[in-house]
Design a protein. Structure first.
Length: 364
């Protein structure tokens, strides 16, 4: 009887030790990609207790090795699948160019590894639908890393809207634009790398707008200008929401005054540089500044999305409430509309139109 009791006590003790180990175990991220944004992610992870980057992979072994040494990452690979098989991370952060997001997300899901993928997660809605179907079937968490939705200044603007500080929003204007390096081979202008303003900055304008307004969309119209290489360099998106008209302008070839302004009957909300906002302003209709929010806490804005991903994965969820699948899919459908606006058969110049017979020209 004593011997049996001792065995039971030993078993209980072992269970308690295993439980403590589980609770003490660090949440392990692996990074697929070794560029600048991956470095920012590493820094963010270092600011979160109980969390670490355990490995990094790149197509270049030297690049992966240098990244690992510079950022204190223990393991490095030149093969993404080998990393997933050997490391079995709790989540993979995908930080490669947009053209490879879908392929690597599928690879992670098929290895039962949750996914946090950089924006824009998809190039089109077909990729989104296929991936979410696979994630749903395999019961694997997937999330687009839309960090801007978590920023305190953006969330403050959303609170003011919800509190009706300006009444019901009637008009929203958002401009995001800069002059990208003039190199046809870089990620901005190379279509093979998933280049274009749509997937780099229009994604921000659209997903911040839909997050703050949280209204049903009645209609969307789009137009864009295109480079000779076939990527959109300036996008214009007009959205008719249930109560609000939104006008979004984004560009790679113009230094725009970057801000989001939300107008209502009782005033306006101004969010400078909305995709990395650190301040928000609330004005009355008389121009008087009513409130001024300054984010004095954020050191690395990636921290919030990482914490949310960890919470979701540990809770057994498949998606985030802040960046749900339906929102990312809706944005991918916007990409479809913008991509469709670049019809190779369309007439883009006066010379093209003049070359068309008069009887046909009347139909244009």
């Amino acid at each position: 009887m004593v011997s049996r009791l001792t065995e039971m006590q030993l078993l209980q003790k072992n269970l308690e030790v295993d439980t403590r180990r589980t609770l003490m175990k660090k949440f392990r991220f692996a990074i697929l990609g070794a560029g600048h944004i991956a470095r920012q992610f590493c820094d963010a992870v270092s600011r979160i207790d109980g969390c670490e980057v355990c490995a990094v992979a790149s197509k270049s072994f030297a690049r992966a090795e240098n990244f690992a040494k510079e950022n204190g990452v223990e393991s490095y690979y030149d093969d993404y699948e080998m990393l997933l098989e050997k490391e079995r991370p709790d989540c993979a952060y995908i930080a490669v160019t947009t053209n490879d997001h879908y392929r690597l997300s599928v690879l992670c899901i098929n290895h039962s590894v949750p996914v946090l993928c950089e924006k824009a997660m998809f190039q089109n809605s077909e990729e989104a639908k296929n991936l979410y179907a696979l994630a749903s079937e395999k019961k694997i968490f997937v999330m687009e890393a839309l960090w801007s939705r978590y920023l305190p200044a953006v969330r403050q603007a959303k609170r003011w809207v919800e509190q009706e500080k300006i009444g019901t929003p009637t008009v929203l204007q958002c401009n995001i634009g800069f002059v990208a390096p003039d190199d046809k081979e870089n990620r901005y202008f190379n279509p093979k790398l998933g280049g274009g303003a749509t997937k780099d900055i229009t994604v921000y304008a659209y997903e911040i707008t839909t997050f703050i307004l949280n209204q049903a969309i009645k209609n969307i119209s789009v137009s864009a200008t295109w480079s000779d290489a076939g990527v959109d360099v300036t996008d214009h998106v007009a959205i008719c929401f249930e109560d609000t008209f939104a006008d979004l302008l984004t560009s790679f070839v113009a230094q725009l005054e970057e801000q989001m302004v939300i107008y209502g009957r009782f005033g306006r909300i101004v969010l400078p540089h909305p995709h990395y906002a650190s301040e928000a302003y609330l004005y009355g209709n008389d121009g008087e500044l009513k409130e001024h929010f300054v984010d004095q806490e954020t050191k690395n804005g990636f921290v919030y999305e990482i914490q949310d991903a960890i919470r979701c994965i540990q809770a057994g969820k498949l998606e985030s409430d802040v960046v749900p699948w339906k929102d990312t899919l809706a944005c991918a459908k916007l990409f479809d509309k913008i991509n469709a606006s670049c019809d190779e058969k369309a007439l883009k110049t006066i010379e093209d139109i003049e070359a068309v017979p008069e009887e046909t020209r009347a139909e244009l």
